[in-house]
Design a protein around this ligand. Sequence first.
Ligand code: TYD
Length: 219
Amino acid sequence: MNGLFISFEGIDGAGKSTHIAALAQAFEAQGRVVTVTREPGGTRLAEALRAMVLNDPMDPLTESLLVFAARRDHICRVIAPALAQGQVVVCDRFSDATFAYQGAGRAFDWDVLRTLERWVQATEALGLEPYADAEAVLQPNLTLWFDLPAAVAAQRLAGARVPDKFESQPSAFFEKVSSGYARRMQEHPLRFARINADQSAEGVWQEALAAVRAKGFLP
Ligand code: TYD
C-alpha cells in the first residue's frame, strides 16, 4: 500500500484537533496504520525546538531556521520512514504553516522559505518518490486548510488557556497568516482543500471527510 500524507492547517483557534483524531480513526477503521504527529514537533529534538519557537522572542529568520530544522528531523525520523512503510501520516501543520506564519504573518522573505523548503524536503535525498504537484519536494498528498475569520478564531481562543507567542498576536496578524495560506493554496491548488471552519464541528467534519473522499483516500 502507498504511504499517504495528510496535513491540517489553519490559524490558531481554527479547531483542527478533534478532526485530526477523527480522521486517524477513519483510516484505522480501514485497516491502515496511522501515525498522528505535529509540527513543530514529532521528535524529541523537534519538540525542544517547538518550545523555543513558541515561547522565545526571535527574529523571523531565526524562527524560520528553527522550524525547518525541526521539520528536517521530523521528516527523517518519523514522516519518511512511515510513508516508506505505507502508513498514513496525519500531521498537525507542515511547511504551509511556515509560509503562512513566518512568510505572511511575520513578513519574512517567501523566496528564502522556498529555498529552505527545497533543501529540507527534497524527496530524492529522503529516498521517497516525488509527489504529484511538487518538484521533487515532499509535500502532503492533501492539505486540509481550516479557514475562518480571524475575529471568530480570537473569540474561540479567548480565555481558553494561557496564550503562547503566536496565540497572543492581534487579529491583524492572523489576517495576514490567512492570506499566506490563501497564497499557498494558489501555488499548490491540487493538494489544497479549503474547509469552512466557521460552522458546527459536525459541519466541519463532513466537509473534511468529503475532501478526503474526493481524493479517493477513503471510501
Ligand atoms: P498549534 O499547531 O496551534 O498547536 P496547539 O494547538 O498545541 O497550540 O501551535 C503551533 C504554533 O506554531 C502555531 O501558532 C503556529 C506556529 N507555527 C509556525 O509559526 N511556523 C511553523 O512552521 C509551524 C509548523 C507552526
